[in-house]
Structures are given as C-alpha cells and as structure tokens.
Ligand binder design. Structure first.
Ligand code: G3I
Length: 393
C-alpha cells in the first residue's frame, strides 16, 4: 500500500477510486469488515493540499475554464453568507428552480398562455449584478412541469406551446445567457426504444423531432448562446452508463448530421461512489473525445458526490468524497473541449441530496465543496487542485 501511495498523483487517484468501489460494496453488505477495509484504504494519507489565496473561479479562469454553481432565489435572499460564498467562488450561475416550468416555490408557467417572470427576472438581475454568467436551465424536460400540462397538452397544441415558450421566455433573456440547456435528460435506454429516447410527454405529443425543433427555435431567438443537450448517468463503467453513453453519442451525431444548431453536451456528473459504480478513466476519456470530435463543447453541469453509502466518520467520508471529485475532474479536464465545471450547490447547507438521497443513518449529507458553515472542505481543495493541474484552454 505504501508503495502504491507514493506513485504519481494521477495513478494514486485511480487506485483510490477502484478501491473505493470495492470497499463501499463491503461497507454496505458486510459491516463487520468495514473498519479494516477503510483503514486499508488509508484515505487520510492522500494529500489534498493547495496553494492558498485564489478562489475556485480564479483558479478555473487561469486555465480558461469557468466554475459555477446553482441555487435559488429562496436561499439567496434569506442567506447572505451563502450569497457571499457564491459570489466569491463562482463565475457562472444556474437557477435551480426559476427557469424551469415550475420547481420549488417558483412557477414560471402558471397556464398554457401565461408566464410569471418575477422569479426568473430576479435571477437575471442577481447574475448581472454580480457579473455571473447565467445558464438557462431548462427549456424542455419531462420533469418539473406544472399540473395543467398533463391535462392540457396533446399532439394538436404541443408545438404551439413549445414555440410560444421559447419565443417568449428565451426572447426575454436573449443575449444575456451563456448557455441554454435546451433539452434535458431525453435518453433513457430502459424505456426500450431502439433510439434510446426516453418516453416523455414531449416525445408522445411531438414525436422524435421534438429535440431538433427545440434547438432550432432557440437558435432563432438567441443566436449568441451556446445550445446544450444535458443528461446524467454517463460517468461510470457499468452496462447501464455504457448504454447511455452510446445512445447519447448516437443522438448527438444524428443531430449534428441533420444540421441541428447544437453546440455542447452537458454532463451532469451526479457521482455516486460505492456499489457497482466503477470509474474507468479511459472509457470516460474516449467518450469525451468522441463527443469533441463531433465539434461539440462539453460542460460538467451539475457535479456533486453523494455520500449516501459512505461511512459515518466525517473525516473518512470527506476524504473519499474529495478523492472522487479530484479523480473525476483530473480525467475530464484533460479533454480540452471541456469548458466549464458547475457543482450542484456550493455548501452542504443546501443540496437536493438532503431530500432526494438522504443517508440511512440520518446524519446530514456532505456532498459539496463547503460545509454548512461555509468553511472549505477537502472537496473544495480537490476541485482547486484539479483546476490547478488542468491543461490550459
Ligand atoms: O420547497 C418545497 C417544500 O416547501 C416542500 O415541502 C417540498 C415537498 O416535496 O418540496 C419543496 O420543493 C422541492 C424542491 O426541490 C426543494 O427540495 C420541489 O418539489 C422539487 O421540484 C425541487 O426539486 C428540484 C428538482 O431538480 C426538480 O426540479 C431540485 O431542487 C433540483 O436540485 C433538481 O435539480 C435537477 C436538475 O434540474 C436536473 N438534473 C437533476 C437534478 C437533481 O435532481
């Protein structure tokens, strides 16, 4: 073990990850072995030191990269310390709720012909005030649709609805948006279609052409913005993720070949160490290369590392989470088509994982770069190190 730990940093990372998969399986299934295995991994010896001084956005910028995060008006207006941490660390901002049709306490689309821009406008002003590049997340998604959607939308009116949404909403912020997630999560190979498309209300009402249509409509209204296809489940060396990578690649290649104005792939990167989730840097690198060879940029759009299956000891947990951040980012940032890294939240005080992926033992989740008191965790150092070591864009 000691010899292995003295290898180059990169090889050290890879070793840590493959061991992590094995150990996490053990942690879950054989509690008895747990301490021995964790001690054997010796995470405490991994070095996450960083040079002091620069924030994440500054470290990213030095390499021609953008770092950002997501939040909501609700958290930003009630928590000045959190807002300050975001402004200090981030160059890019993604509204977690306000640009969706509806989410949390935001309702952009109260009815078929109706818009309420108040929350989205607040976000646009917040971003402009703090010189944050703004992402438009998301125009077409099967989730976060208002109640009336299901009752009202059919194959006769769906195109009119989509057209009106894009021509009204995108137009309002045109020229002010870095990138639009035009279509979100359209692939689900388990749905059993040959093309891998997820069966959604949009697919049902508009047919397979809905993706191309959404990109063309958006491009016509906001020709300056980067237009992105965004999806999750692309990260691991599992049959499921492999099938998804293949299906996404086919989708992107098909769109490019028919002239769809698509400019980038968003890889969400909601990472979940443990169980069967083995990380294979070579396979991920190849996927990124294949995407880049289509002439597309790549953004890491929603990164976080769930500690749901990790030991309760915070020191051990934080080391493992940090290792996953650094290993993943060291791999993806080698690909120069990757232009941005966004974490899905900045502080453990606010993470969707608290609600959607809580820990079995009831202890608070720790998936993000800052702790609940806005102090830097090892995950912060890990991201900083990945930026510091990334090749220049
Ligand atoms: O605020 C209400 C709360 O008052 C209520 O008690 C509770 C009951 O369920 O709901 C709360 O709102 C929820 C909110 O999250 C806060 O937890 C919304 O129902 C829920 O829609 C919202 O979920 C968001 C989710 O997308 C759906 O829009 C998450 O915040 C957000 O992090 C998540 O983000 C998605 C990306 O957009 C796409 N990729 C996956 C990612 C994670 O699921």
């Amino acid at each position: 073990m000691r010899k292995i730990l003295k290898l180059t940093n990169r090889r050290n990372f890879l070793f840590g990850l493959s061991s992590l998969a094995a150990i996490s399986a053990g942690v879950i299934s054989r509690g008895f072995d747990r301490h021995q295995k964790i001690e054997a991994l010796d995470h405490h010896q991994r070095d996450f030191t960083v040079s002091q001084g620069l924030s994440l956005k500054e470290r990213a910028a030095k390499k021609g990269l953008i770092y950002g995060t997501t939040s909501t008006k609700k958290y930003l207006t009630s928590d000045p310390a959190y807002m300050a941490a975001i402004v200090e660390n981030c160059r890019m901002f993604v509204p977690e709720w306000e640009f969706k049709w509806t989410a949390g306490n935001a309702l952009l689309r109260p009815g078929f012909d109706r818009f309420d821009f108040s929350a989205a406008d607040w976000i646009a002003n917040f971003s402009a005030t703090h010189q944050l590049l703004l992402r438009g997340h998301t125009l077409v998604w099967h989730s976060s649709l208002p109640k009336w959607f299901k009752e009202t939308v059919n194959s006769e009116n769906a195109e009119q609805l989509l057209q009106n949404h894009i021509q009204t909403f995108v137009k309002r912020y045109a020229g002010k948006i870095h990138s639009w997630d035009v279509v979100n999560e359209a692939i689900k190979t388990e749905d059993g279609r040959d093309d891998g498309l997820r069966i959604t209300p949009w697919l049902n009402s508009l047919g397979t052409n809905y993706i191309d249509l959404a990109f063309r409509l958006t491009s016509a209204v906001d020709p300056q913005a980067l237009l992105v296809y965004n999806d999750f489940g692309l990260d691991y060396d599992t049959p499921k993720d492999e099938a998804k990578r293949d299906a996404v690649l086919k989708l992107l290649a098909g769109l490019k070949s028919q002239g769809t104005p698509i400019h980038a792939l968003g890889i969400q990167a909601h990472l979940s160490p443990g169980g069967n989730n083995k990380f294979n840097p070579e396979k991920l690198r190849q996927f990124l290369k294949d995407v880049a060879s289509l002439g597309l940029k790549i953004m890491i759009t929603e990164m976080d590392v769930t500690d749901k299956n990790l030991p309760v000891d915070i020191k051990v947990r934080d080391h493992i989470v940090a290792g996953v951040y650094e290993d993943y980012l060291a791999t993806v940032l080698d690909e120069k088509a990757v232009i941005a890294v966004i974490t899905w939240g900045l502080s453990d005080r606010y993470s969707w994982l608290s609600e959607f992926e809580p820990r079995g033992d009831g202890t608070p989740v720790r998936p993000l770069p800052l702790d609940t008191q806005m102090r830097r965790k090892l995950a912060w150092n890990a991201i900083a190190r990945a930026f510091d070591n990334a090749p220049q864009r």
